[in-house]
Structure formats: structure tokens, C-alpha cells
Write a protein that binds this ligand. Structure first.
Ligand code: RP5
Length: 174
């Protein structure tokens, strides 16, 4: 049964958050995905959000760009934690989306992730953190994941020190 519900304001958002799906696959977390807009299909959006908890969903990720009110609208229909992912836009690089999500007025909170690739990935990692409160196996996997990141930096430093910075930069630029 899916533990995470992912709602996207548009089909065009789907490829922008592929890192989110990859992290869930890495952590073996079941998720459901729906495309539904706060303004183009408001009834479907609100119905999905209202019934999410009854389907066993524990965390919601809401992805939107521009006037990104989707996470807030979803949060108004559920008490589940809602994580908002702002999508990059042509007009301001996604600052509009970020502020729409981060600047929720007091009463209905939404967690705001970063714009860009990091936003999708961190939304999934944040959801895993929330799920780990009830499932210690996820906490163990998060520790492993972080250890691998630190190991990867250590390996980079070893290569850098072997090659010297000039050669290393030339290789990076090639
Ligand atoms: C928002 O409008 C969506 O989340 C998307 O980021 C943005 C543009 O949607 P499309 O015009 O590409 O469908 O609702």
C-alpha cells in the first residue's frame, strides 16, 4: 500500500521531479502519483487530498510551479504533512513558485523544498524522515544513505590529492 501520495499540478512537472521517484525507489517506499491542478481540476484535487489518509497515505508531496497554490490547497483538506516542491519557471527561475509555497499564512502549514533537482530529491528524503518515526528501518537506511554521501566526498578528496588540483580541474572541464 502506498505510504506517500505525490500530486503534481501539471504533466509538465513530472520530469522535473524524477529524482523524487528515484529516491523512493532506492528506499523501497511505495508511492502513488496523480496529476491534478488546484485551479484546473479543483474538485478532483480536494477529493484526492481529503481521502488520502483513509487510503493509508502518511505523507503528501505536492509539486507546483508559478502561482503554486496546490500544496496549500491540498493541506487545507488534510491533516497529513504536506511537502511542497516549487517548480522552476521562465519568469523568475522559480522564485514565484518558492514564495507561493513558503509564504503560507498562519494556520495551514506546508513544508517548502528547494527549487530545482534538489527540491524533488529532498522532498522524498524528508518524507522518508517522517515515515522513519514509525518505521526504524527507514531511519537505518537514511543513516546508510548519508554515510555513502560522506564516503563519496572522501573518495573525491583522495582522487583530488592524487591528481593535484590543476590536473583535476582540467579533467572536470573536459
Ligand atoms: C502549475 O502551472 C503547474 O504545477 C505547472 O508547474 C505550471 C505550468 O503548467 P502547464 O501550463 O505546463 O500545464 O499549475
Amino acid at each position: 500500500m502506498p505510504e506517500v501520495g505525490i500530486i503534481l499540478g501539471s504533466e509538465s512537472d513530472l520530469p522535473k521531479v524524477k529524482e523524487c521517484f528515484e529516491i523512493f525507489e532506492l528506499f523501497n517506499v511505495d508511492f502513488e502519483i496523480i496529476i491534478s491542478s488546484a485551479h484546473r481540476s479543483p474538485e478532483a484535487t480536494m477529493g484526492w487530498a481529503a481521502a488520502a489518509s483513509d487510503r493509508g497515505i502518511k505523507v503528501i508531496i505536492a509539486v507546483a510551479g508559478g502561482a503554486a497554490h496546490l500544496p496549500g490547497v491540498v493541506a487545507s483538506r488534510t491533516t497529513l504533512p504536506v511537502i511542497g516542491v516549487p517548480i522552476e519557471t521562465k519568469i523568475s527561475g522559480g522564485l514565484d513558485s518558492l514564495l507561493s509555497i513558503a509564504q503560507m499564512p498562519s494556520g495551514i502549514p506546508v513544508a517548502a523544498m528547494a527549487v530545482g533537482k534538489a527540491g524533488g530529491a529532498n522532498a522524498a528524503l524528508f518524507a522518508v524522515s517522517i515515515l522513519s518515526l514509525a518505521n526504524p528501518a527507514y531511519a537505518e537506511k537514511l543513516v546508510e544513505y548519508r554515510k555513502e554521501m560522506a564516503d563519496s566526498i572522501r573518495r573525491t578528496n583522495e582522487r583530488l590529492s592524487r591528481a593535484g588540483h590543476k590536473k583535476y580541474i582540467r579533467k572536470l572541464e573536459a
